[in-house]
Ligand binder design. Structure first.
Ligand SMILES: [Zn+2]
Length: 322
């Protein structure tokens, strides 16, 4: 554990939200308290943006959201404890999820750390799906990489802003950006069920939702939607190719199908390299990440190989087309 008098060597990003009382004053008080924390310095502040409350009770007042960068000598658990302490001192009681709150301080990123414990998950698990987190964060840290997705925050922010709103059919929670095979975080209803109900009521909206699921998958895999579609196509080709032999598809057969599909799909190798590069499909590792994100999201039933590491070192764009 670090002592507060150690130099502030860790970099962390924190989301701030307030939707009760004098919101700007409360946010100012939280920032003051944070900069008075030993070993901690506020480095950058985003501007504040106003957002409709997501998933809260009907008639919840709008939120004011922002993000800050800090340097701190506190370890993650101590920093979390300090954030909770500031929330409490400013009148927040964490009793009802999504209820109106004076102040909300969420630890988003801490150096390049990936951490999952009962009390703390870093990076913050929903941050890459929430525009009210990503947009302010992108203002102060556009080039910082999300440590799990390996995608710059600026890119994630642009992506999430293109997703449509999707409201849970039983509780109204905004499901935007969540994986289609998941559940509503508020009431637990399956997202697929909401989609099916919508398909009957409003086919156009349903098509939008289908695409939103794809966007969520692309965010998970850290590539473009076009990259996901292309790789899914290659998997289907590998399945067709191996159908008669009765052999299961493998990382190797999927990569071979990526090359065959690319030769078929693009005008020439130079165009293939350029576009695949742009879509984030730059190596066999990228293909593996997309395939396994799709398997985990329930969009692929066939699983080529058992492990994502089977895809390691099979090709880069240069070797694929040489
Ligand atoms: Zn719900």
């Amino acid at each position: 554990m670090s002592r507060p008098d150690e130099p502030a060597t860790h970099r962390a990003f924190i989301a701030i939200g307030a939707n009760l009382g004098d919101r700007e004053a409360t946010i100012g008080a939280a920032l003051d308290a944070l900069s008075r924390t030993p070993g901690t310095k506020v480095l950058r502040k985003s501007s504040l943006m106003e957002n409709e409350a997501v998933g809260g009770p009907e008639g919840s007042p709008p939120f004011l959201n922002g993000a800050i960068a800090i340097a701190t000598s506190l370890e993650p658990r101590d920093l979390l404890a300090r954030l909770l302490e500031i929330e409490r001192s400013l009148g927040r009681e964490r009793h009802q999820k999504w209820s109106p709150r004076t102040i909300d301080l969420d630890l988003l990123l801490y150096d390049d750390l990936v951490l999952r414990t009962d009390e703390l998950t870093i990076p913050h698990p929903l941050m890459h799906e929430r525009d009210f987190v990503l947009v302010p964060l992108a203002e102060i840290a556009p080039d910082v990489l999300h440590p799990l997705l390996r995608v710059p925050i600026g890119t994630l922010a642009k992506r999430v802003q293109r997703d449509p709103d999707i409201h849970c059919s039983s509780c109204g929670y905004n499901l935007r950006g969540l994986p289609v095979n998941g559940h509503c975080p508020e009431c637990g209803k399956s997202i697929k069920e909401t989609l099916e109900e919508l398909a009957e009521l409003d086919p156009a909206a349903h098509e939008q939702l289908r695409r939103a699921g794809l966007i969520a998958l692309a965010a998970l895999a850290g590539c473009a939607v076009d990259g996901v579609l292309f790789v899914m196509d290659a998997v289907a080709l590998a399945e067709r190719t191996l159908q008669d032999s009765g052999k299961p598809i493998s990382a190797r057969s999927v990569c071979a199908a990526v090359r065959a599909r690319a030769r078929d799909y693009f005008n020439d190798d130079a165009e293939a390299i350029e576009l695949l590069n742009e879509w984030g499909v730059r190596s066999s590792e990228d293909v593996g990440r997309i395939v396994f994100a799709a398997v985990r999201a329930g969009r692929l039933t066939a699983s080529p190989g058992d492990r994502e590491s089977d895809f390691a070192g099979l090709f880069t764009l240069d070797t694929l087309f040489s």
